[in-house]
Ligand binder design. Structure first.
Ligand SMILES: NC(=O)c1ccc[n+]([C@@H]2O[C@H](COP(=O)([O-])OP(=O)(O)OC[C@H]3O[C@@H](n4cnc5c(N)ncnc54)[C@H](O)[C@@H]3O)[C@@H](O)[C@H]2O)c1
Length: 331
């Protein structure tokens, strides 16, 4: 057992399978007491069972660690609060929360139903809020703590998972808001956009070079939860980990600005905008238009689980997000 998280208490949602399970096991192996939350659902969020969380608690205990199971649905305020309450009741404190729980309901936007939109947003985005909300109140009072959200490369957009993409974009904004709002209380917040072999990524019918195992992702999470990361003042960041690759995503900022004179009209904007601020080419859109047979084996920062079936896989990393040939220079 290591000691990266000795004496710490960490709660992990979606900890019964895949990446969340690896995070829970790694936290326990590094000395943390762990709240293992998992609603035990199928990939689309149906058929819950408490057996999934219980199994991981047994694994941790068998390895000499300490853990407690919470099978609640973190898409509810009560479920998020219970994850935090159990940490306090069982272990007396809470140093980190890691919101990994996720589901998929894939559908083209023009066919997507409310029943496909709402549960995906509720699990990923609200399910991060419910736990962050309860945990941040505790961490604010104790003047320390770390919040970690799980996003995906598909926050850039997705052909057939608009619900998932919107939720994952929301997680990034929520994490950045938490980083800003809790900075003065010594609480950090970061997001992870993983690419790892799990039941989710197994759905993608393609060979991916840049994919790792859940244990790779768990190592990054343990680091982000540790004093080593806090000493580096890491907060408000989005990291991808995909096999051997670790990448940091750019902070959003205005790319180009131009100033006109007088009041704007649609006509004046039509004359002014194309030759000044222009556009910023969308990497995923360019890839859709690319001829077949290109770099189809790389997932890069786009999550494998987010790649639409039958669509060209993502091949653009953060280094590609700068200005492209043909983009207009600043005015
Ligand atoms: N695997 C990848 O390559 C990949 C890529 C990008 C993003 N992600 C994200 O990483 C996270 C983990 O993905 P994974 O591949 O390990 O998935 P997974 O399906 O293996 O595990 C997800 C777990 O979340 C649990 N869960 C779902 N809804 C829940 C709820 N309401 N309350 C509590 N638990 C719930 C499930 O029961 C399941 O055990 C997800 O947020 C996913 O979107 C994964």
């Amino acid at each position: 057992m290591g000691n990266f998280l000795a004496g710490r208490v960490v709660a992990v949602t979606g900890a019964g399978r895949g990446i969340g399970r690896a995070v829970a096991l790694a936290c326990a192996a590094e000395g943390a007491k762990v709240v293992v939350n998992d609603h035990g659902v199928s990939i689309d969020g149906s058929s819950p069972t408490s057996a999934v969380a219980d199994r991981v608690v047994k694994e941790i205990e068998a390895a000499g660690g300490t853990a407690v199971a919470v099978a609640d649905d973190i898409a509810t305020m009560a479920g998020g609060a219970r994850v935090v309450d159990v940490a306090l009741a069982e272990y007396g404190r809470l140093d980190g929360v890691v919101c990994v729980a996720g589901i998929l309901r894939e559908r083209m936007l023009f066919n997507m139903s409310e029943d496909e939109w709402d549960p995906v947003l509720a699990t990923h985005l609200k399910g991060t809020f419910t736990v962050f909300r309860a945990a941040s109140a505790v961490m604010r009072a104790q003047r320390s703590g770390t919040l970690i959200g799980f996003t995906s490369g598909s926050h850039q957009g997705s052909v057939s998972q608009a619900n998932y993409s919107a939720a994952k974009g929301g997680v990034i904004s929520l994490v950045r808001s938490a980083a800003l709002g809790l900075h003065k209380y010594g609480v950090t917040a970061n997001a992870v956009a993983p690419v790892a072999r799990t039941r989710m990524s197994a759905n993608v019918p393609m060979e991916l070079k840049e994919i790792g195992d859940p244990e790779d992702v768990a190592a990054l999470v343990v680091y982000l939860l540790s004093e080593r990361a806090r000493a580096e003042r890491i907060t408000g960041q989005v990291y991808t980990i995909a096999g051997p690759k670790i990448a940091v995503w750019a902070q959003p900022r205005e790319l180009r600005a131009a100033y006109g004179e007088g009041p704007w009209t649609p006509d004046r904007i039509a004359d002014f905008l194309p030759g000044t601020v222009g556009t910023d080419p969308m990497p995923l859109l360019e890839r859709l238009d690319a001829p077949p047979g290109g770099d189809t084996a790389r997932a890069d920062t786009a999550s494998v689980s987010d790649l639409p079936r039958g669509a060209a896989p993502a091949a653009t990393g953060p280094a590609d997000t700068g200005r492209r040939p043909g983009a207009r220079p600043p005015a």
